[in-house]
Design a protein around this ligand. Structure first.
Ligand code: ZN
Length: 193
């Protein structure tokens, strides 16, 4: 997995948290997030009560884990905040669901959801109540692509317009199983299992 800009960590991380909740019926603990961050290729550089700092060559991630919520801030290691993102996971008792969402810290520019929709899982059945478009990033000779599976694509197509870029909200142009976004420069690729 390639980690360049904050989005390249935030999307697979949000997906991992959603998958974890579906399997376990709860938010991951600080310790479980620690293991995941290492698997994503980040190095732990500080650990203090309730806060952990991770870094890779291009990114820094701050993890705040508490009982009822998990906040992970991802910023470029250059210190620039314009593309910084926050992944938030919480148990929303009002709507009786677990929610995982990705918020731009610079929210003046982007009004939609990163990943089209937040992850929403019923607190009891753990069934998905939304159609998030999340995956991991892979680089090929056509550029950097968000790789999504067939199931994610089908749910996206049923619920929402597949010409909206899940990364920036721009317009996607599809060519077969690949789409290109002229606004953010990333692509989307469907890889069926
Ligand atoms: Zn885009």
């Amino acid at each position: 997995m390639k980690l360049y800009e904050p989005i390249t960590l935030a999307m697979p991380l949000a997906k991992w948290i959603g998958d974890f909740i579906r399997e376990n019926g709860r938010l991951p603990s600080g310790e479980e997030v620690r293991e995941a961050m290492k698997e994503f290729g980040l190095e732990e550089s500080c650990l203090d009560r309730g806060l952990a700092v991770y870094r890779s060559r291009f990114l820094i991630a701050l993890v705040f884990a508490r009982n009822e919520n998990l906040i992970i801030d991802v910023i470029s290691s250059s210190g620039e905040l314009s593309d910084a993102l926050e992944v938030i996971a919480y148990h929303d008792k009002k709507i009786e669901a677990f929610v995982v969402e990705i918020l731009p810290t610079n929210d003046l520019e982007y009004e939609g959801n990163i990943g089209i929709e937040p992850i929403i899982l019923d607190e009891k059945s753990l069934e998905p109540e939304s159609s998030p478009v999340l995956g991991h990033f892979e680089e090929d000779n056509g550029g950097m692509f968000l790789v999504i599976d067939g199931e994610t694509y089908e749910r996206w197509r049923e619920g929402e317009d597949v010409t909206t870029c899940p990364i920036c909200g721009g317009e996607l142009a599809w060519r077969g199983e690949k789409a290109y976004c002229l606004d953010c420069g990333y692509g989307v690729k469907v890889v069926r299992k």
